[in-house]
Design a protein around this ligand. Structure first.
Ligand SMILES: Nc1nc2c(c(=O)[nH]1)N[C@H]1C(S)=C(S)[C@@H](COP(=O)(O)OP(=O)(O)OC[C@H]3O[C@@H](n4cnc5c(=O)[nH]c(N)nc54)[C@H](O)[C@@H]3O)O[C@H]1N2
Ligand SMILES: Nc1nc2c(c(=O)[nH]1)N[C@H]1C(S)=C(S)[C@@H](COP(=O)(O)OP(=O)(O)OC[C@H]3O[C@@H](n4cnc5c(=O)[nH]c(N)nc54)[C@H](O)[C@@H]3O)O[C@H]1N2
Ligand code: SF4
Ligand SMILES: [Mo]
Length: 790
């Protein structure tokens, strides 16, 4: 429980429309002023609130510190935490409305469901868990660990990932474990591993306060981390505002404020980036002395960039060569540049190669680890970072390297198991491969937690077929009966945010403790309880015969995780629950005995690239081929960063006569993903109730289409139906948000309209990060019905 503070009276009441709230301008290098945002349920006044419980928002990677308002045992609102360095009291529309409204809904799952006679029917926990354990045991006996696959999230808590990671990697021993983090931040992780040796965000949000220029690469910050965009707006309105450069095919709110907007064709990022690298080198803007001391790979990079003159890149990307030169000049001649990278790069063609060029630009100028000169290879989901750290995805816990036998031995000793149990004979299975193996029948047990792949994976018709395969036993653990849960064999009702205690880490390495505020509905149980119950029932043992897992609650698991992180780049040994209760928000690394954390990584120009330390031996960025331990050792980076690059090849699927438009997808301000929470907030739902397709005015006019016309969008894989919105998108490209999974009309209606963008997307992934390509496909657009002009 925390002390009461009054909300900022200057906050405007309608935070659905006034997304970023009132301005608090500030000057460079000064303190971002606080502004406390609050939202309470209708009819609840501040004095009615029984208590405020400390937490942080889980609706994006910002992780804004907040307090949950509790009245009569229910969550009734939320208030930003003024002392939190991440948000200084602010919350955006999703945080203000969906955080608590999205949990309190009446249609929450309250009992386990088991499929009997083809229908999901209520069951007891014992029945549901017995069924799972029976199937699990039988398959382990019959086929072995490779029959098991786990597909989890970027939205659970740290403790839940660590428990699941240990179950999968030491209990069962399957390499088939991944998160939706593969769809989200796999490229962020790989770009960091390839350039710097290990995952871990180099920069911090304080860099926004200090920078002179801000480059946003495929990142619609104004819509997707609204509170951090408010921070940028406050600087733009203050003295000495930063210059903005934006790379995005759409005229987003971010692009509207840009000095240079490079509206590239989707899928061409790498060509642009190589031209920027070339310009910085050709104009002598690189810091040669720093480069010589702190990096390797300059000659290769120079060679890759050489052919990419601004003219050639301009032609490939469909932008102006003068704008490329101007962007390069800003980067090359400004003292403090902050760069952020997100899905327009991570989910587009040659994702890792393009994202590594952002690192390269910074390395070329020695602009890393200094105030205002930072890199943010962004996360999207609130707890994606923790999955990457704790290893419930394709990573090993503590940023350990699956190819390094010493790292495997460390884990085997920590967990008390034979090193051979821990899967490390081949690369871990990535999400799309995992579904492939369910499709082919080798994975027969698939446990999906806190993600909705029947809406969020590419090529949905295929995903639906996979989920209903009779040979596959599918368990889904969620808050709601989602599109995915509806296809499962067993559905487990989970407790969510505010109903359980645990920690999570935002995109700038900032850890928060989120305390339980209320009881979960019905018989719902925390994901941690469910995983621990499974481990107990499976009776996983260490080699000495003791139970593999003897944790009873989140703090036990957290302590075990601290031990696992000891000495690694993400060292949590100096961050206890008590420290988090006292300090609120703490960045890692903080080692045992330390009382402060570094705001930025790599201030000393030393990187975790030594062979014994690194998380990864690197890849060929064109083909994804593994460099391997010996070749890596021969490179001898030994603490220096690696300038990595690849030749440009372009997108997987390009427009042709039959499918003449480039199709790209992304987010809208008011919804989060598949809308399980935001769709249940009346205010947010009303702000964006259904899907749409964006098209440029020129393209629309050429086809005689108008705003509001109903169109069919078709790719080689499927179709959707959506009203047209004429917008500031580049010509030749169309865009749809991917939030709308449920079919538009209620079941039983005469015509049910397909609305999910992923009906159209393609099953392709980046060669290195294996992140699916959601941002480039080819489609055609046809009129269905003239609409009323809106
Ligand atoms: N409101 C809201 N906020 C969210 C979320 C949400 O669902 N809703 N989700 C959270 C999560 S998990 C994530 S991962 C983040 C994602 O945050 P963002 O990455 O900012 O969001 P997106 O809309 O997916 O993509 C960003 C931009 O990429 C552009 N783009 C498309 N193709 C290309 C291309 O080939 N090149 C370039 N340069 N740009 C391209 C799109 O036009 C889009 O504006 O948002 C987080 N925040
Ligand atoms: N076309 C296209 N597709 C995309 C993207 C895109 O830009 N374009 N973006 C991709 C990205 S970046 C992401 S992150 C994914 C997101 O895709 P998903 O992960 O499928 O989206 P969510 O709707 O967030 O699903 C999370 C689920 O977890 C449940 N949940 C929430 N909290 C808890 C909890 O505490 N416990 C349990 N058990 N369940 C919980 C929610 O009810 C919800 O059903 O989509 C990806 N797909
Ligand atoms: S910016 Fe992200 S974390 Fe902050 S309130 Fe909005 S959704 Fe929540
Ligand atoms: Mo994401």
């Amino acid at each position: 429980m925390t002390e009461r503070r009054t909300a900022d009276t200057a906050s405007t009441p309608d935070r659905i429309q006034d997304v970023w709230g009132p301005r608090r301008p500030f000057a460079r290098s000064s303190h971002w002023p606080e502004r406390i945002d609050q939202q309470l349920a209708e009819g609840v006044a501040e004095e009615d609130v029984d208590r405020w419980v400390r937490s942080a928002c889980v609706l994006c990677s910002n992780g804004c510190g907040c307090d949950i308002a509790v009245k009569d045992g229910r969550m009734v609102g939320v208030r930003g935490h003024a002392d939190d360095p991440v948000n200084r009291g602010r919350l955006g529309p999703k945080g203000l409305f969906a955080s608590w409204q999205g949990m309190a809904n009446r249609d929450r799952l309250t009992t386990p469901l088991v499929r009997r006679d083809g229908r999901l029917q209520p069951a007891s926990w014992d029945e549901a868990m017995s069924l799972i354990v029976e199937r699990s045991r039988a398959l382990l006996d019959e086929i072995g660990p490779l029959s098991h696959g786990f597909y989890t999230s970027g939205q659970l808590f740290l403790e839940e990932y660590y428990a699941l990671g240990v179950i999968g990697k030491a209990g069962i021993g399957t390499p088939h474990m991944d998160g939706n983090t593969r769809l989200c931040t796999a490229t962020a992780a790989f770009a960091l591993k390839e350039s710097f040796g290990a995952d871990g965000q180099p920069g911090c949000y304080g860099d926004i306060d200090e920078c002179e220029a801000l480059f946003l690469y495929g990142h619609n910050l104004a819509a997707t981390q609204t509170v951090t965009w408010a921070r940028v707006l406050d600087r733009l309105e203050g003295p000495e505002p930063p210059v903005l450069v934006v790379v995005d095919p759409r005229r987003t709110p971010v692009a509207e404020r840009a000095t240079v907007h490079l509206a590239v064709k989707p899928g061409t990022n790498l060509a642009l980036m190589l031209a920027l690298v070339r310009e910085v080198l050709a104009n002598g803007w690189a810091d040669d002395a720093w480069l010589a001391e702190h990096t390797i790979g300059l000659d290769e990079l120079r060679g890759q960039a050489e052919p990419w003159t601004p003219e050639r890149a301009a032609e490939e990307c469909g932008v102006d060569a003068g704008d490329i030169r101007e962007a390069a000049r800003i980067f090359g001649t400004t003292g403090r540049v902050l760069s952020t990278v997100l899905q327009g790069f991570y989910q587009s063609a040659q994702a890792t190669a393009a994202s590594c060029q952002v690192n390269n630009l910074h390395l070329l100028r020695g602009m890393i680890g200094r105030p205002g000169a930072g890199i943010l290879q962004m996360n999207g989901q609130p707890t994606a970072q923790n999955n990457r750290e704790c290893g419930a995805d394709g990573d090993l816990p503590g940023f350990r390297n699956w190819e390094n036998p010493r790292h495997i031995d460390e884990l085997a000793e920590l967990w008390g198991v034979d090193p051979l149990v821990i899967p490390h004979w081949a690369p871990p299975t990535h999400a799309l491969q995992l579904f492939r193996w369910v499709e082919q029948g080798s994975i027969r047990f698939l446990w999906i937690s806190a993600t909705n792949p029947a809406v969020s994976l590419p090529e949905l018709a295929r995903i639906r077929d996979i989920l209903v395969k009779p040979e596959a036993f599918v368990v889904v653990q969620d808050l709601y009966l989602t599109e995915t849960a509806a296809l499962a064999d067993v559905v487990l009702p989970a407790a969510g945010w505010g109903e359980k205690t645990g920690t999570f880490t935002n995109t700038t390495r900032t850890v928060h403790l989120s305390e339980q505020a209320v009881d979960p509905p019905g018989e719902a149980r925390s994901d941690l309880d469910i995983f621990l119950d499974y481990a107990r029932r499976m009776d996983f043992r260490r080699t000495d015969g003791r139970p593999l897992i003897d944790w009873h609650g989140p703090e036990d698991v957290y302590r075990a995780w601290q031990e696992c992180s000891r000495g690694r780049p993400c060292d949590y040994t100096g961050i206890s629950y008590d420290d988090l209760r006292r300090e609120g928000a703490i960045q890692w690394p903080r080692r045992e005995g330390e009382t402060t954390s570094p705001e930025r990584l790599y201030a000393d120009g030393r990187f975790p690239t030594h062979r014994d330390e690194c998380e990864n031996y690197g890849h060929d960025l064109l083909t994804g081929a593994d460099v391997g331990g010996e070749a890596y050792a021969a490179l001898a980076p030994d603490g220096r960063a690696i300038l990595r690059s690849a030749p440009y090849t372009g997108p997987h699927e390009s427009p042709d006569e039959e499918y003449p438009f480039r199709f790209t997808t992304g987010r809208a301000i008011h919804h989060f993903h598949t809308r399980t929470k935001t769709g249940r907030s009346p205010e947010l739902d009303a702000a964006a109730p259904s899907v749409w397709l964006e098209m440029s005015a020129t393209d629309a006019a050429e086809r005689g289409l108008d705003d509001g016309d109903l169109v069919e969008v078709r790719s080689r894989r499927g179709r959707i139906v959506a009203p047209l919105r004429v917008s500031g998108i580049r010509s030749g490209t169309v865009f749809a948000p991917f939030h709308y999974g449920y079919w538009d009309a209620p079941p039983g209606a005469e015509e049910r309209r397909p609305t999910a963008a992923n009906e159209l997307t393609i099953t392709e992934w980046d060669a290195v990060s294996k992140q699916p390509v959601f941002k480039t496909a080819a489609v055609r657009v046809a009129l269905i019905e003239k609409g009323e002009r809106r």
